[in-house]
Design a protein around this ligand. Structure first.
Ligand SMILES: O=C(O)CCC(=O)C(=O)O
Length: 290
């Protein structure tokens, strides 16, 4: 028989209503939490714009380096791909002014006339091809050098242990390094560490005129670079990078298929006005026993 009056839903229905209220209040709380995290910038919504930036190396390097912090006043840092043949990029403001000055100060008392490698014997020899002076700084020599070497490893994805000691170079007016390859054509020089795979060339000073690093065999429209009008005659003989204190030029002597890359031919143009200080890190395919 039916009972008149207020409908009776029983205990089960009341429990169901309570669970729904609980779920709803949890959803409201979760939404509130997301809104708070979004407004604080702890959470972010992926957008189309962000995903295209994932392929933009300069953006990544820019962010990662800025978040790293540091004592000295840091300048804007970004990576610029300048060529695909050879593969080359410039890391702007890679070294601080203090790091540049430190490298010069410890190298200066030990500078000697630079030599080149004799491709027949594999031994070093004096040559008119290279008229600068230079000295080597042992790998891991002190904290500042270890820090620079760690930055180079991060930039190149090549381990610190594959690097030769830093070489500091000084070019006075008229001094130069004629175009050459950094890879070896003899067997003697590849016994320790194998072939040279990449080079990082750091500029420790600005140069008023000349002193560019030139790639005469680079493919592409070399005169389209924005700094074309500032280049010396030698600099206009190929794709050129103008020395700027703190910048680092990375180029690869080997292609991704591990063959030697002849487009990595490069040289240091004669300095016309001022002085050029630079530091080179040659990196091997295998560990280099320093
Ligand atoms: O000084 C330059 O710009 C070039 C130096 C160089 O070719 C080297 O160190 O291998």
């Amino acid at each position: 028989m039916a009972v008149k009056g207020r409908p009776y839903y029983g205990r089960g229905a009341a429990r169901k209503t309570t669970s729904w209220t609980l779920v709803l209040s949890m959803l409201v709380m979760l939404s509130l939490l997301i809104v708070i995290l979004l407004s604080l910038g702890i959470l972010s919504i992926p957008s189309r714009k962000d995903s295209s930036k994932a392929h933009d190396l300069s953006h990544l390097a820019h962010n990662s380096l800025h978040s790293g912090g540091g004592d000295e006043e840091s300048k804007d840092q970004w990576v610029e791909v300048i060529s695909w043949e050879p593969r080359a990029s410039v890391f702007h403001n890679f070294l601080s002014k203090e790091e540049c000055e430190y490298l010069i100060s410890i190298a200066q008392p030990h500078m000697e006339k630079s030599t080149v490698v004799d491709s027949d014997t594999g031994k070093s020899k004096d040559s008119r091809v290279r008229t600068s002076s230079g000295t080597f700084l042992a790998r891991g020599r002190d904290k500042i050098i270890r820090n620079i070497e760690k930055k180079i490893a991060d930039f190149t994805f090549l381990p610190v242990e594959h690097g030769e000691g830093l070489q500091v170079l000084h070019y006075e007016v008229g001094q130069k390094y004629e175009p050459h390859y950094d890879y070896f054509l003899d067997e003697f020089n590849t016994q320790n560490g194998g072939q040279r795979i990449a080079t990082v060339l750091m500029y420790l000073s600005d140069v008023e005129e000349g002193g560019e690093t030139v790639f005469p065999a680079a493919k592409g429209n070399i005169s389209s670079v924005p700094w074309w009008n500032e280049l010396s005659e030698c600099g206009k003989g190929g794709l050129s990078v103008k020395p700027k204190m703190g910048d680092a030029l990375l180029f690869w002597s080997m292609k991704p298929d591990a063959t030697l890359d002849p487009s990595s031919l490069h040289g240091g143009c004669p300095v016309i006005k001022g002085n050029k200080w630079s530091s080179t890190k040659w990196i091997r395919v295998h560990e280099y026993k320093a």
